[in-house]
Design a protein around this ligand. Structure first.
Ligand code: IVH
Length: 597
């Protein structure tokens, strides 16, 4: 499941529309549909031959939880799609939407929970999420869950729709309640509507945290495609975050996985956006200094949706007489090393990466966590305990825990069974796919997406390593990887400790499996090097580039003897000349479109 990029200001929305026009090479805004961004839990539903076969949560976007049995208890979700006379149902269809609880039902539900001494939920979204994930679906059935459908994620070939609104109408015919929606022909129209909704949203029976704008034409959606797991054809226009005031009782500093030292505000607990907040970020030294935030101040704090709460500014009129300017530490609060602040960076860092206890602990937690090796049963609590007891010192030691099985079984909270389970999941994790392994290493700027791009190109750890060390230009030529990422990879690989770490992991039996990139169907551009030049009538250069890349071509900026094709639009100049000199195949626009189709 993709996610939406966010816009906060009118400029962000105008930018969104301008980018679409530029990408498509048109001057008029295309029709855009506006829907509420419902603050619930997203759900994917699969229907085969009209019957509900699967319901899955979003999870991390790649892997979700199968909650089919629970989903079947929701009244808004049809077990079978309704067929109107003469209508064709698709053989297979995946429907997306949001599970939510209305404000009134949420209040009543919490009151009932309190009465019987059960858990009180912080807000309606948490309540919806908790209710959906029950192991016992009879409990889910008792919760007031409702569902809005907002999109068709995919439909089998036997049916297709021209517009998003056509899809929403089909969903309604099939028996779903869709989100309310309205189409607009101009950005001004969208913005006027937004300004009206900023206040009106509180009159809705359910919570929304913004509006979603979607290009209506499905064909244009397809051409626009996606960047970085978000569609280019949609954006969420968020509402301003709710602000409240409270007292700043203290400032602590925390040391993160990469050594960055972050100041954290300790606050008098206060409720904001339905959640009680007692900590908030203060970002860095400059953030505090620029706003002159002092301990003892009454401060504005804000929280927007999932975002970590932050301190916005002090209320100067309420400053107590004795409130000192905060002096940022120059030594690591955990290992006492001197902190370093690099030119151009806002953050102070502890560079004692190998032995600062806070960093080592955070690195291990990251390495074994969901976004890394994903070892079940090994979370923050266990890692902290094992470090304390000296059972582990580095990530390598995790794989030797089996030698301490007896000692583990004696520990508080560890029974025979949980130790066996833990050791089994550690064994399983030893066979790891390249992208997951790379992401687990926690190299700055290298998350799962970048790791996947690298694995796609190089396939094995050995080939990747020699490319990083000997052919940085080749690494940088991968779409989605820039010079900063390459630099970060080089710094990491040149570090003597890295070789030690990799060797250590191999010694304890970690095997990094070669990665097989998902196959792109055979086509005339697969594996070819293509240069685009001149102006085409039917497609902008950006769009042509994205299309070629999705077909497995490499789009290069300069012509050489290695170039397979030069695509020359009108007024092509020096690149076309060079191609002719070198005898590289030249495609004009018509020939290019023909080959693309
Ligand atoms: S469309 C490809 N429409 O917002 C885009 N999402 O980051 C798919 N959401 O968790 C999302 N209301 O569940 C879309 N009317 C709406 C929505 C909506 C709420 C949620 C969605 C996801 C997040 C998007």
């Amino acid at each position: 499941m993709l996610s939406l990029s966010n816009g906060f200001s009118e400029d962000d929305i105008r930018d969104f529309s301008d980018k679409i026009c530029r990408f498509l090479g048109v001057s008029e805004t295309t029709e855009i549909v506006c829907e509420p961004k419902v603050d619930g839990v997203s759900l994917s539903l699969v229907y085969e031959d009209g019957k509900l076969v699967r319901g899955v949560t979003r999870g991390d976007g790649v892997t979700g939880e199968n909650i089919t049995e629970n989903v079947r208890t929701l009244r808004d979700i049809p077990m079978e799609l309704e067929v109107k006379k003469g209508e064709i149902l698709p053989q297979k269809v995946e429907i997306r939407g949001e599970v939510y609880i209305t404000r009134i039902n949420f209040e009543a539900m919490n009151a009932k929970q309190a009465e019987v001494g059960d858990k009180i939920f912080a807000n309606a979204r948490n309540a919806a999420a908790g209710s959906l994930r029950q192991l016992d679906s009879t409990i889910t059935a008792q919760r007031p869950l409702e569902f809005f459908a907002y999109a068709l994620a995919s439909v089998s070939d036997d049916l297709s729709f021209e517009t998003h609104t056509d899809e929403l109408h089909a969903l309604q015919r099939w028996g779903f309640v869709t989100v309310p929606f309205k189409a607009f022909g101009s950005v001004d129209g969208l913005l006027e509507n937004y300004n009206g909704m900023v206040e009106k949203r509180f009159e809705l029976p359910y919570a929304i945290d913004g509006l979603v704008y979607k290009v209506n034409d499905k064909n244009l959606q397809k051409r626009l495609g996606e960047v970085a797991r978000s569609p280019r054809w949609a954006i969420a226009h968020k509402f301003p975050a709710e602000q409240v005031t409270t007292v700043l009782e203290g400032i602590d500093v925390q040391v993160g996985r990469t050594g960055v030292v972050t100041p954290v505000a300790r606050l008098q607990p206060v409720e904001v956006g339905g959640v009680t907040v007692s900590n908030a970020t203060l970002h860095n030294e400059d953030y505090i200094a620029e706003r002159d935030i002092r301990v003892g101040d009454t401060v504005f704090i804000e929280r927007a949706g999932d975002v970590i709460p932050k301190v916005v500014k002090p209320v100067l009129e309420k400053r107590p007489e004795k409130a000192d300017i905060f002096s940022f530490p120059r030594e690591c609060p955990v290992c006492n090393s001197n902190l370093v602040r690099l030119e151009g960076e806002a953050a102070w860092r502890c560079v004692n990466h190998l032995s600062c206890r806070a960093q080592v602990e955070a690195q291990i937690i990251y390495f074994v966590g969901k976004h890394g090796m994903d070892i079940d049963g090994l979370g923050q609590k266990q890692v902290q305990k094992f470090l304390e007891d000296g059972l582990i010192k580095t990530v390598v030691d995790v794989f030797n825990l089996k030698d301490h099985a007896e000692q583990l079984k004696g520990q508080e909270g560890f029974g025979e069974k949980s130790v066996t389970n833990l050791l089994e999941s550690i064994e399983r994790a030893k066979q790891v796919e390249l992208p997951r392994f790379l992401a687990a290493l926690g190299i700055p700027l290298v998350g799962y997406e970048v790791a996947r791009l690298l694995a796609n190109r190089y396939g094995t750890l050995e080939i990747l390593q020699s490319a990083i060390l000997d052919k940085p230009d080749d690494v940088e030529s991968i779409d989605g990887i820039g010079s900063r990422i390459v630099e970060s990879l080089q710094v990491f690989w040149q570090e003597p400790h890295t070789q030690e770490l990799l060797k250590g992991l191999l010694t304890v039996g970690v095997t990094v499996m070669p990665y097989e990139a998902p196959q792109v169907a055979d086509n005339p551009f697969l594996g070819k090097i293509v240069v685009l030049t001149g102006t085409m009538e039917n497609m902008t250069r950006d769009e042509a580039k994205v299309r070629l890349q999705s077909l497995g071509a490499k789009v290069s900026g300069s012509v050489s003897s290695k170039t397979d094709y030069v695509v020359a639009g009108a007024a092509a100049g020096s690149k076309l000349k060079k191609a002719q000199e070198l005898g590289v195949a030249v495609l004009d626009e018509a020939a290019f479109l023909e080959k693309l189709s």
